[in-house]
Write a protein that binds this ligand. Structure first.
Ligand code: NAI
Ligand code: MG
Length: 374
């Protein structure tokens, strides 16, 4: 029996290409792991009316963590049209498998490292080294939305004085999305950020919200962050507003290290941060819960490049590194990151996005070669 069981979910499009690259590299590090393939994505939506079949959920429940490629999603009507003819009459609704996995396995923390590797021609500035912690299950992504606004919701909301100016608006002309924060949700994400800062010897954590306007939700996050920061006397808590933070990240990205924020702001801040260090080809992410975790590149399935082995596997390889680190195999994780960094620095093997014409697997093989040389 192997020490680790890892669910292997390539998904669609270039998800397969980059997962092959991950496998090339995993085969040369001595991780005592078994990789168990699972079905997910568009093909299973079309054939079964379910992009995340029950057997795949079972697989996840029986593994230590999951490595994930990418999936294709399409708007509702288009999704329905592509269903197998015998399924079209049934009431299948397309849903995002990745969002469902995050909710089902309570993967409350989304961690996105954004590091400017030396020699990456796409770096905005050198020496950027940010890690974004984004709350992954609550906030504006809670899914509690209304349009039109139900009568009972309106009458409950009319207890709030600020609601009165909307009282004459017809219910069908009001759309409402709820930004739901829980104390526990705020505590978990902030705690993860501080734990990480401590482990990596960082001197500060920046909490990014907008408490001057969103007094209750952002306010709760800030208040919990202040309390938690008291447990870490060596780490300073910095507080910034999300709009100002977007400017600071462009102006002085070196001033920051560990960033922590809620779901929607985290979505925005992490894309901004990723672009500072080369964009989609370099952006990896970890989805971490108390009992399970899933690792993925942040890019999608890029259908136009599917199966061409053209895209940059670095984001996927960095996600693989995060997975190895999560499993507690720090030494292997560090070695892998060093090998990736060396390949980027030498710049001899590059995919199209970096101005090269090497394939996805050329890059993976070069990283594997460096690992063998170490
Ligand atoms: P995308 O990330 O798939 O691709 C956008 C463009 O970015 C590509 O055409 C390509 O030029 C570039 N790109 C992406 N990954 C790259 C890589 N590793 N190396 C070099 N260049 C890269 O986003 P798009 O086109 O908006 O979505 C395509 C499909 O992917 C959609 O069905 C979308 O729903 C899905 N998607 C899935 C995600 C996931 O599985 N977590 C995340 C984002 C989108
Ligand atoms: Mg995003």
């Amino acid at each position: 029996m192997t020490k680790y069981k890892i669910a292997w979910l390539p998904g669609d499009g270039i998800g397969n290409d980059v997962m092959d690259a991950a496998r090339t590299v995993l085969d040369v590090v001595d991780l005592d792991a078994e990789y168990i393939p699972g079905d997910v994505g568009w093909e299973f939506w079309r054939k079964e009316g379910n992009p995340l079949p029950e057997r795949t959920l079972e697989l996840l429940k029986n593994t230590d963590c999951c490595l994930f490629g990418a999936i294709t999603s399409k708007p509702r009507d288009e999704a329905r049209r592509e269903l197998a003819p015998q399924l079209r009459e049934k009431k299948f609704e397309y849903f995002s498998p990745i969002v469902k996995i995050r909710q089902e396995f309570k993967l409350h923390t989304n961690l996105r490292p954004c590091k400017a590797f030396e020699g990456n021609p796409l770096n905005y500035k050198d020496n950027i080294d940010l890690v974004v912690f984004r709350e992954n299950t609550e906030g504006l992504y809670s899914g509690v939305e209304f349009h039109p606004l139900p009568k009972e919701v309106m009458s409950a909301l009319l207890h709030h004085p600020k609601m009165h100016r909307f009282r004459e608006v017809p219910l069908e002309d009001i759309a409402l999305s709820c930004r739901i924060f829980t104390r526990q949700g705020c505590q978990k994400i902030v705690k993860q950020a501080f734990e990480y800062a401590e482990k990596k010897n960082k001197s500060n954590v920046t909490v990014i919200e907008k408490p001057n306007v969103l007094r209750e939700t952002s306010g709760l996050m800030i208040r919990e962050a202040r309390k938690i920061s008291e447990e870490y006397p060596n780490i300073e808590l910095w507080e910034t507003n999300v709009d100002a933070m977007c400017m600071w990240l462009i102006k002085n990205p070196h001033d920051y290290g560990i960033l922590v924020t809620s779901n929607m702001f985290g979505d925005i801040i992490s894309d901004l941060s990723a672009q500072l260090v080369g964009g989609l080809g370099f952006a990896s992410s970890a989805n971490i819960g108390d009992d399970y975790a899933l690792f993925e590149p942040t890019h999608g399935s890029a259908p136009k490049y599917a199966g061409m082995y053209k895209v940059n596997p670095t984001a996927m390889l960095l996600a693989t590194k995060l997975m190895i680190e999560y499993l507690g195999e720090e030494e292997i994780a560090n070695r892998l990151e060093k090998a990736i960094a060396q390949v980027i620095k030498e710049g001899k093997v590059r995919t199209y996005d970096l101005g090269g014409n090497n394939t996805t697997l050329d890059v993976a093989n070069e990283v594997a070669k460096k690992l063998k040389e170490m």
